[in-house]
Design a binder for this molecule. Structure first.
Ligand SMILES: Nc1ncnc2c1ncn2[C@@H]1O[C@H](COP(=O)(O)OS(=O)(=O)O)[C@@H](OP(=O)(O)O)[C@H]1O
Ligand SMILES: [Mg+2]
Length: 415
């Protein structure tokens, strides 16, 4: 186990030594103290000294020097959102439309993969087709639906492989699939040539950053789950001045009812959930088939003994032995719920479990598209998402998250 990582396990309030063997614990001096366990709000409460103009010149100076929220700070964005309804309503509608269309394409390909048994072979082309197809659809729909300002998309794929000799057939397959999905949806009377398809992929090359608006996309999050016929997600978020202000998660295989109680299904075993959240406006879930959205909130469990926890299905993506030992120290009795993709964030946000632990192996750098949408869905549902040292995730640094410790998301009461 990485001792430096264990030393930073503050958020769950565990004594650091609890994660280390006793001799190792004795040698870990001068460790940072665990942060207070007092509940933390995702955004500090807004505090505006006054909104009225001052009358005297001295108070004018004080007024000018008053503490103001940083431009684009989460609290300012949340206050703005609450004051004006939803300032990102148009972007939210476009984002939902884009991931719903992408989900249809992915569902069709996944059914083919599962029925053909191809998942047991080394042939990765169906996944490739779905990955590119999903990114192209999201890119095209966003460009058609959101006209304000320059278009910037930070996404996983680029067209380099598809421009190489020998890729003509797969490019044609992708082009046909995208055009068929658009045509079947009845939303647009338009079809795209190969060059338009390639350039839609390359729209995703943006580097993101701390200024302006950037869409952030994982066209298929949980590709291994996708190939297995299990969980995956199409995850799309919007950054505004470096902060996540909107997120949508299409989870085509996630049951609409809670996965914490597989026997208590209240939605007739229906699958296909669409989670969404906008800063300051809460989080919602609806069916991918278009049921009305319903507000969601994290569960109210305050004792880990009664909690279940989520983690990656793949042990290569998160250290199961470490998370198991953390859960044990916390007193969690239930076995881990292992599912692929950001569906974990969605499930946590609607209260299916209380804790999500993610500890990649040393040296892995998390990408922003693997957490942007999921994290706002959880925080807007009343939960909290930090790195293992208790710091907020910083999405303003480009395509990667600037952390190497791990990620902890909880319902806040278990934080
Ligand atoms: N080595 C390693 N360590 C940690 N994380 C990694 C690693 N490799 C990949 N990834 C990223 O994990 C994403 C999927 O992981 P999830 O936890 O969401 O699902 S899974 O249960 O592991 O399949 C996965 O997303 P997709 O690539 O979209 O599938 C990757 O972004
Ligand atoms: Mg991913």
């Amino acid at each position: 186990m990485d001792m430096a990582m264990a030393a930073r396990l503050g958020p769950l309030g565990l004594p650091h030594a609890a994660l280390l063997g006793s001799s190792a614990a004795a040698s870990t001096r001068a460790l940072p103290l665990a942060p207070s366990r007092a509940p933390r709000l995702p955004y500090p409460l807004p505090h505006f000294p006054t909104c009225r103009r001052p009358s005297s010149s001295s108070s004018a100076a004080a007024y000018a020097a008053r503490p103001r929220p940083r431009r684009g700070s989460p609290r300012l964005l949340a206050v703005r959102a609450m004051a004006s309804g939803n300032p990102y309503a148009a972007e939210l509608a476009a984002a939902k439309k884009a991931v719903t269309l992408a989900a249809r394409l992915c569902q069709a390909v996944q059914q083919d993969i599962v029925h053909s048994g191809i998942q047991s072979k080394a042939d990765k082309s169906p996944v490739t087709v779905a990955d590119y197809g999903s990114q192209i659809l999201v890119s095209l729909v966003l460009k058609m639906e959101v006209s304000s300002g320059p278009f910037s998309l930070v996404a996983e794929e680029d067209s380099e492989e598809l421009r190489k000799d020998g890729a003509e057939e797969i490019l044609e397959e992708i082009t046909d699939l995208v055009n068929e999905t658009i045509s079947d949806s009845g939303s647009y009377n338009i079809s795209f040539m190969k060059e338009g398809i390639l350039s839609a992929i390359d729209d995703g090359k943006s580097k993101g950053g701390p200024t302006g608006r950037h869409w952030v996309l994982d066209p298929i999050d949980g590709t291994k789950g996708f190939v297995r016929g299990d969980q995956y997600a199409i995850a799309l978020a919007l950054l505004d001045e470096g902060k996540v202000v909107l997120g949508v998660l299409a989870c085509p295989n996630l049951p609409l009812s809670s996965i914490s109680n597989p026997n208590g299904s209240s939605s007739g075993g229906q699958v296909g959930a669409l989670f969404s959240a906008t800063i300051g406006c809460g989080a919602e879930v609806e069916s991918l088939d278009g049921s009305p959205p319903q507000k969601i909130s994290v569960c109210s469990i305050d004792n880990p003994v009664n909690a279940s926890f989520f983690e990656s299905y793949e042990s290569a993506h998160s250290m199961h032995d470490l998370t198991g030992s953390i859960a044990e120290k916390l007193g969690v009795l239930a076995p881990p719920v292992r599912i692929d993709s950001q569906a974990k964030y969605g499930a946590l946000a609607r209260g299916d479990g209380a804790i999500y632990l993610r500890f990649p192996h040393k040296g892995y750098k998390e990408k922003i598209w693997d957490h942007a949408a999921g994290s706002i869905v959880v925080t807007e549902a009343g939960g909290i998402v930090t790195d293992a040292a208790g710091n907020d995730l910083d999405f303003s640094k480009g395509r990667f998250l600037d952390l190497d410790t791990g990620i902890i998301a909880t319902n806040k009461q278990c934080y």
